[in-house]
Write a protein that binds this ligand. Structure first.
Ligand code: URA
Length: 434
């Protein structure tokens, strides 16, 4: 294979063969093909796309570029849940323990937050001692013992994706459906579960800003998952405003714990129940989604879900006293309201700006090496569809540095739209692709 010929072929919109795709991925992973040729190929793919066969080959080649987890020693249908990212997204922390307490084996690899979106691994580090890098053996043993383990992505999981993603990031080739599909699905397939439930977020705070693109991505990922013989479904969920009320690491963990005790915000619980009922159906514990949802509600009201959370934190070495007594979390030193400038209905709380505001307070990272401040963030007092009076708090900024407050406040004020016209609460579940 000559790399030049592969680039030329894709430039002309022709189909690449399976052998060509595997050779490109192997060659690039091992440093035998230079960045400049892969950059050219990525741009050709960006403009000419890939058909389903090419997408599947690309996904499988990337998946096989590193370790494939062997979860066969875990009993039952092993399930992974993945979100394409959002603001205030603490779904995994609530959903995982609920479905695990019902008997669904949750084997989850999670990431850290980057940019305006948060990451589950950062949030779990709110519990001192929590081990976010389990060995494969510890991971599988824990899922067998208590039905849930969450670990950071192992270093050698889909290394081709790590290199390709970094290159796409600097060559303006991130937002292409074949490339996003293969990037996400290669990691999901390498993670070795039998079933995958995808939360494809849509809206201002999401990677996909409109429904059409999100639906296309969801269909593409579900298609690839099915061709790879996985049980898979994608739920499109609204990410125009932050999910729940809290944005920021400790603040979100506290909200998640309250949700597990039965005091979760409606929008968060809607997403949790929709994804969870799909996971329960995949696990074959229940065939009917409505009945699965009832099982989840019972797990919360009986306290079983919260007890499972405690068991999970302790199994990974975390100090569960933080979950048992929320006053252990040290709050930020400054808490200031952002007040409404007029009477009316809240029409928008643009999620991306809330994420950026939290990041600017120190709650997120611009690069992977940044250290985050766990206590800072934003707690909403209003949601889209609520009425508000001039001077009432829209939200509260939690800060540890007074010099960072003004910028966060400005971002929030610009992201808040109030109007006299009546406005409905947001619909959370936009579509389901099975
Ligand atoms: N998340 C990923 O892992 N890959 C992409 O390409 C986009 C989002």
């Amino acid at each position: 294979m000559r790399m030049y010929d592969v680039i030329e072929k894709k430039k002309l919109g022709q189909e690449l063969t399976t052998e060509e795709i595997y050779e490109v991925i192997e060659g690039y992973t091992h440093g035998e093909i230079p960045d400049y040729q892969i950059s050219a190929l990525l741009m050709a793919i960006y403009f000419k796309g890939m058909n389903v066969r090419e997408r599947l080959d690309l996904t499988m080649a990337m998946s096989y570029s590193g370790d494939i987890l062997d979860l066969s020693s875990i009993d039952g249908v092993k399930i992974d849940k993945h979100s394409t990212g959002g603001v205030g997204d603490k779904v995994t922390l609530v959903l995982g323990p609920i479905v695990a307490s019902i008997g669904v084996p949750v084997a989850k690899m999670s990431g850290r937050g980057l940019g305006h979106t948060g990451g589950t691994i950062d949030k779990l580090e709110a519990f001192p001692g929590f081990n976010v890098s389990l060995s494969e053996e510890e991971f599988t043993r824990q899922v067998n013992d208590i039905k849930i383990a969450v670990t950071g992505q192992s270093k050698n999981l889909a290394p081709a994706d790590k290199k390709l993603y970094a290159l796409r990031d600097v060559t303006a080739t991130v937002d292409e459906i074949s490339l996003i599909t293969s990037s996400i699905m290669s990691k999901k397939l390498a993670a070795g579960t039998d079933a995958i439930v995808l939360d494809v977020t849509v809206g201002d705070g999401a990677f996909m800003k409109n429904k059409e693109n999100a639906l296309e991505l969801a269909k593409s990922m579900v298609d690839i998952g099915k061709r790879a013989k996985k049980k898979i479904a994608a739920i499109l969920t609204n990410m125009d405003e932050p999910l729940g009320y809290a944005v920021g690491n400790d603040l979100e963990v506290i909200e998640a714990i309250n949700a597990l005790k039965g005091n979760g915000p409606e929008d968060l619980m809607e997403v949790v129940y929709e994804l969870g009922s799909q996971m329960i159906v995949f696990s074959e514990i229940e065939t009917d989604k409505a009945k699965a949802r009832k099982l989840m509600e019972d797990a919360v009201s009986s306290g079983r879900a919260f007890n499972k959370f405690i068991e999970f934190i302790e199994a990974q070495g975390g100090n569960s006293n933080y979950a048992k007594d929320l006053s252990n979390f040290k709050p930020a030193s400054i808490i200031v309201p952002v007040e409404a400038k007029e009477d009316g209905y809240v029409h928008a709380l643009k999620a991306e700006s809330f994420g950026l505001a939290s990041m600017s307070l120190g709650g997120g990272r611009e690069t992977f090496d940044d250290v985050i401040d766990m206590a800072v963030g934003i707690v909403l007092n209003k949601k889209v569809g609520d009425t508000v009076k001039k001077g009432e708090p829209i939200c509260y900024i939690h800060a540890n540095d007074k010099n960072k407050i003004e910028n966060a406040k400005e971002l929030i004020e610009k992201a808040t739209v109030i109007s006299p016209d009546k406005c409905d609460h947001m619909k959370l579940i936009i579509d389901i692709v099975e």
